[in-house]
Design a protein around this ligand. Structure first.
Ligand code: KG4
Ligand code: ZN
Length: 360
C-alpha cells in the first residue's frame, strides 16, 4: 500500500510517502523564519506559506521516494486539531488529488498522528525499538497545543485519561523563552540552554504536584517564571543574561519534567491492568519530547516499574511531520475503517472519527 500524506496543521508544510508503515520520504518545510519576528505563528502568513509550498513539498516527497502520483493508493491529510486556515490548505490539496486519481482520501487526527508516531518504520523497515502490537498502551503526548495522557486499547480505540487544564507544556516553553528574550520557538533554545546550566539555583513550583489526578497545568509555572525573572532582573541589574539564564532554564525544564513524570507514573500505576490485560508500554510523541533529558527521566522512572517506553525512530518525527500522518493512515486502512471501504471512497471531513482525541 502506497500512501501520500500531508500535514499543514501549524507552521510546517510537510509531505511524506509511505510503503505500508515504512517512511520512504518525509519532507518538512519549516516556516519558523517567517514567524520569528512576530514572536509566534501568524495565521495569515502561515496560510500563504502553505499555499506556496504545498506543491513543491509534495513533488519533493514523491521525487525522493521515486514515486509518481499514479502509483499512490491512498491520499491522506490532517483534518485537525490545528490552525483552521492552515489545515484547509493541505486538506483541499490532497482531497483534490484523491478525486483526480480516483483513490480514497483518509482524514487523520493530528493527535492520533503524534500518538502513533512510534509505530513508523524507516525506509529499510527497521526500528531501533519496534513497538509491540500489543495493547493496552499509554501515550504521553506533549506538544505546543496539547499535553495529554491517552489510554490506547487498540489502533483507533482511545480514551483520554489526562490533559492540561490550561496551557500546553510546549506553550509554556515558548512563553518563558519570550520572557527571557530567547526568540521563537522556545523549546529548542530552552532545552539547549538548560543543558549548560544547573538546576537548584531558582527553584520553581512543580505543576499539579498535589492534584491527585492525571491532569496537567502549566499556566501557574508560567506566571511563577514571569515574577521570578522580574525579581532577578531587579535584584541583579548588572548580571549578564548568561550568568543566570542557563540555570533558570535548567530549573524550568526540571519543573516541567517532574510534572510530566509524576503524572505518567500516576497513570501507569492506575492503569497497570486494563480489562484483565497488563499494561504493555508507553508511547511518546509531540514536539516537547525532542528534549532528551525529559525522555531520559521518563525512561528512568519506567525502568523501575518494568514498563517499556517506545518512541519514534527519528527525532524528526517528534515535531510536526507528515510521516506520522501516513503511519496513522496505514493503520486506519489496515483495521478496515468502514469509512475507507468500497462505496465510500472519498471521505468528507465532517466525520468525527472514533479516534478523535481532542481538539484545540
Ligand atoms: O508537536 P509540535 O511540533 O506541534 C504541535 O502540534 O503543537 O510541538 C511544537 C512544540 C513547540 O512548543 C516547541 O517549542 C516544542 O514543541 N519543542 C520543544 C523542543 N523542540 C520543539 N520543546 C522542548 N524541547 C525541544 N527540543
Ligand atoms: Zn503537532
Amino acid at each position: 500500500m502506497r500512501i501520500l500524506a500531508v500535514d499543514t496543521s501549524c507552521d510546517e508544510t510537510s509531505a511524506a510517502v509511505l510503503h505500508n508503515d515504512r517512511v520512504i520520504s518525509n519532507v518538512i518545510s519549516s516556516q519558523v523564519d517567517l514567524h520569528k519576528k512576530w514572536g509566534g505563528v501568524v495565521p495569515d502568513i502561515a496560510r500563504r506559506a502553505h499555499n506556496e509550498r504545498i506543491d513543491p513539498v509534495i513533488r519533493e516527497a514523491l521525487a525522493r521516494s521515486r514515486t509518481t502520483l499514479e502509483t499512490i493508493d491512498y491520499f491522506s491529510a490532517t483534518y485537525g486539531p490545528g490552525l483552521a486556515i492552515a489545515l484547509e490548505v493541505g486538506l483541499k490539496h490532497i482531497q483534490a488529488l484523491a478525486l483526480e486519481h480516483g483513490k480514497p482520501f483518509i482524514p487523520i487526527n493530528h493527535m492520533e498522528g503524534h500518538l502513533l508516531s512510534p509505530f513508523a518504520r524507516n525506509a529499510k523497515g527497521n526500528h531501533p525499538l519496534p513497538p509491540p502490537e500489543k495493547f493496552p498502551l499509554i501515550g504521553l503526548l506533549v506538544s505546543g497545543g496539547h499535553t495529554e495522557l491517552v489510554l490506547t486499547h487498540d489502533f483507533g480505540n482511545y480514551a483520554r485519561i489526562g490533559s492540561t487544564l490550561d496551557d500546553a507544556a510546549g506553550e509554556a516553553f515558548d512563553k518563558v523563552a519570550k520572557m527571557l528574550e530567547l526568540g521563537y520557538p522556545g523549546g529548542p533554545v530552552i532545552s539547549e540552554f538548560a543543558k549548560k546550566g544547573k538546576p537548584g539555583r531558582f527553584p520553581l513550583p512543580v505543576p499539579m504536584e498535589h492534584s491527585n489526578d492525571l491532569n496537567f497545568s502549566f499556566s501557574g509555572l508560567k506566571t511563577a517564571c514571569l515574577y521570578r525573572i522580574r525579581e532577578i532582573r531587579q535584584e541583579y541589574p548588572l548580571w549578564k543574561p548568561r550568568d543566570w539564564v542557563y540555570d533558570f532554564c535548567a530549573d524550568f525544564v526540571r519543573s516541567v519534567t517532574l510534572s510530566l513524570v509524576l503524572k505518567l507514573e500516576g497513570a501507569v500505576d492506575h492503569y497497570s491492568t486494563v480489562d484483565g490485560h497488563s499494561l504493555k508500554g508507553i508511547l511518546l510523541g509531540g514536539g516537547v519530547m525532542s528534549n532528551k533529558d525529559i525522555r531520559s527521566a521518563i525512561r528512568q522512572s519506567m525502568r523501575k516499574r518494568n514498563i517499556p517506553v517506545y518512541q519514534p525512530y527519528s527525532t524528526r518525527l517528534y515535531t510536526d511531520n507528515a510521516a506520522m500522518i501516513g503511519t496513522t493512515a496505514y493503520y486506519s486502512v489496515r483495521r478496515s475503517d468502514p469509512a475507507v471501504t468500497e462505496g465510500q471512497r472519498i471521505k468528507t471531513i465532517e466525520r468525527d472519527p472514533v479516534a478523535e482525541i481532542s481538539s484545540r
